[in-house]
Design a protein around this ligand. Structure first.
Ligand SMILES: [Zn+2]
Length: 235
């Protein structure tokens, strides 16, 4: 165990005592873990607590460790995270060099499960080509396009700029879904290629005003919104 892990354990024990208002904390195991990206996990098994902290934070200062401990333990108990902890953590984690380290880790370690652009009903390559011509003057370089491996319902589309890929939920590859809705979801993800996120007050903002304005240029925007509402209320 490294000294970083030892001091992390102390902070987690403090966080447990304060958040549960008990004088004792459970047995805690903390380790750094090479996650793809800046992720951390906490779980309880047989009254022991297991914490894995992204190894990107190996050199983080003590107050960041402390903030992270309070954030994760609060989440474990569904408690509101105190603003000062959230702020401290974000100030550190959203620095350009930390973001960059996180992106690099994702690139190196992340495994993408990609299937194919050709679905049972819709072909993403064809829809991409049509949208690129109509809305982007054919200027967007073609990313890897793929239907998701699983039928995710909460996330309909995702643009991953590290892997230069757009993944669309397989739940939309269905005769029950209008083509213009698939088009709209793909169009939204293509806009993420055009509009890079901006950092505002230490947070990455993906859907900027310019992004939202562009989004409304989609010809059947209102209809797509209506069908999306229907689709989500049916669930
Ligand atoms: Zn988006």
């Amino acid at each position: 165990m490294s000294s970083g892990e030892t001091s992390l354990r102390t902070h987690f024990a403090d966080a447990f005592r304060q958040i549960t208002k008990r004088s004792e904390s459970p047995e805690i195991h903390v380790s750094f873990y090479p996650f793809a990206g800046l992720n951390h996990t906490i779980r309880i098994r047989k009254q022991r607590v297991y914490v894995r902290v992204s190894d990107i934070l190996r050199d983080a200062p003590q107050q960041v460790y402390r903030a992270l401990a309070f954030i994760l333990v609060s989440k474990l108990f569904n408690k509101r995270v105190m603003a000062e902890h959230e702020k401290l953590y974000r100030q550190y984690a959203y620095q350009p060099q930390v973001l960059r380290a996180s992106d690099l880790a994702r690139q190196k370690r992340g495994r993408k499960v990609l299937t194919s652009a050709v679905g049972r009903v819709y072909n993403l390559d064809k829809i991409f080509a049509r949208l690129n011509r109509r809305y982007f003057g054919n200027e967007l370089p073609k990313p890897t396009l793929s239907w998701s491996a699983r039928r995710t319902k909460r996330i309909l589309g995702h643009h991953d700029y590290v892997h230069d890929a757009i993944v669309i939920s397989r739940s939309l590859d269905s005769v029950a879904v209008s083509e213009f809705l698939v088009e709209y979801v793909l169009y939204h993800e293509m806009l993420h290629m055009k509009h890079r996120p901006r950092v505002v007050n230490g947070r990455r903002v993906y859907h900027t005003a310019a992004f939202r304005a562009d989004e409304r240029r989609y010809g059947r925007f209102e209809e797509a919104m209506e069908e999306l509402d229907e689709l989500t209320s049916r669930r």
